[in-house]
Design a protein around this ligand. Structure first.
Ligand code: NAD
Ligand code: UDP
Ligand code: UDP
Length: 322
């Protein structure tokens, strides 16, 4: 019989975290969601609050946490450049002190622990597409460094705890992911463009828009998380999780305008400092080790995301989940 696991999800009230909590509950687990609501909100998990197997705790992971659990998914950290640059020291503290506390918790409870790392560890990459053995090109003193270097340091801590204390770690390097339940003010490109298009406001393309990103739909990503956590002992990662279909930012803008039938025009704004020029995951490792690959093409994922924002902006969504 399937034993009910007690799973801790930090950052569980954020965009990805809320989908992960839902998925873990649907598989018959007890879920403890920990979040300080820095960028997340109770609304993303409102529909789970009646579930007796779901528990919500307001807590900042930079502080020690003493709970009992079998598995930990560490997702706590603001992910949008606007939000992670708002208080850069807090961002670093969350990645670094947060990782130490959760690894300490994993050590004491012997829990398996997953880290939501990022394609940003590759910085503005000289290798394309990015493979896991590429060590990256991060500017350590730029405005993105609080996020990039924090996540790099967290990876270091995960591997040190693994080598020194035998902790069972799973490190995923996540590439740009989008979907319903993103906050309208999240600030990342997909939600910005959709919200601007639905309001017939100018679409803000930074720079000439020729920089590329590879966009993964949230359901695909969550499947990758669960497969990585369930993979055989020793599957530590780091492992790229993302959709290898690469698009220019301006192509995304045009697609969103077309799909929403918006009257919006594209306007160009300055390119932020250190904005990576291209990004695309090599997912051979995820294919081989996890049998995983994305299944939702950009157009299909955008349809669902646009439908969500239409409901939300028209005030028709009673819960974020509707
Ligand atoms: P999000 O901002 O929606 O979620 C982050 C959550 O962490 C929020 O609920 C926030 O309140 C919480 N949080 C922040 N600091 C905290 C702290 N000190 N203590 C407790 N909770 C805290 O972002 P998301 O897109 O859901 O990202 C989740 C994780 O995945 C992050 O670690 C992010 O770095 C990583 N990631 C996401 C993407 C992506 O494209 N979505 C890409 C790469 C990595
Ligand atoms: N920690 C925690 N919860 C636990 C166990 C540890 O938050 O259940 C924190 C603890 O505060 C410590 C950190 O994790 O600062 C690292 O723990 P570890 O055991 O590795 O280090 P030590 O306590 O020896 O400094
Ligand atoms: N971007 C843009 N307009 C926006 C927001 C972002 O052109 O309103 C660009 C940004 O410069 C970057 C890409 O879209 O090149 C992805 O940005 P995002 O903040 O979503 O994530 P990143 O991958 O940079 O962390």
């Amino acid at each position: 019989m399937h034993a009910r696991k007690r799973i801790l999800v930090t950052g569980g009230a954020g965009f990805l975290g809320s989908f992960l909590c839902e998925r873990l509950l649907s598989e018959g687990n007890d879920v403890l969601c920990v979040d300080n609501y820095y960028t997340g909100s109770r609304e993303t998990v409102l529909h789970l609050l009646d579930d007796p197997h779901f528990e919500m705790l307001r807590h900042d992971i930079t502080q020690p946490l003493y709970v009992e659990c079998d598995e930990i998914y560490n997702l706590a950290c603001p992910a949008s450049p606007v939000h992670y640059q708002f208080d850069p020291v807090q961002t670093l503290r969350t990645s670094v002190h947060g990782a130490i506390n959760l690894l300490g918790l994993a050590k004491r409870t012997k829990a398996k622990i997953f880290q939501a790392s990022t394609s940003e560890v590759y910085g503005d990459p000289a290798v394309h597409p990015q493979t896991e053995d590429y060590r990256g090109s991060v500017n350590p003193i730029g405005p993105r460094a609080c996020y990039d270097e924090g996540k790099r340091c967290a990876e270091t801590l995960f591997f040190d705890y693994h080598r020194r204390h035998g902790i069972d770690i799973r490190v995923a390097r996540i590439f740009n992911t989008y979907g319903p339940r993103m906050h309208p003010n999240d600030g990342r490109v997909v939600s910005n463009f959709i919200v601007q298009a639905l309001r017939d406001e100018p679409i803000t393309v930074f720079g000439d828009g020729r920089q590329t990103r590879s966009f993964c739909y949230v359901d695909d990503l969550i499947e990758g998380f669960v497969r990585l956590m369930g993979a055989p002992d020793g599957t530590t990662g780091p492992i790229n999780l993302g959709n290898p279909a690469e698009f220019e930012v301006v192509e995304l803008a045009e697609l969103v305008v077309e799909m929403t039938g918006s009257a919006s025009r594209i306007v160009h704004k300055p390119l932020p400092i250190d904005d990576p020029t291209r990004r695309r995951p090599d997912i051979s490792k995820a294919r081989n080790e996890l049998g995983w690959q994305p299944t939702v093409p950009l157009r299909e994922g955008l349809e669902k995301t646009i439908a969500y924002f239409e409901r939300r902006l028209s005030g028709r969504a009673e819960h974020l989940d509707d």
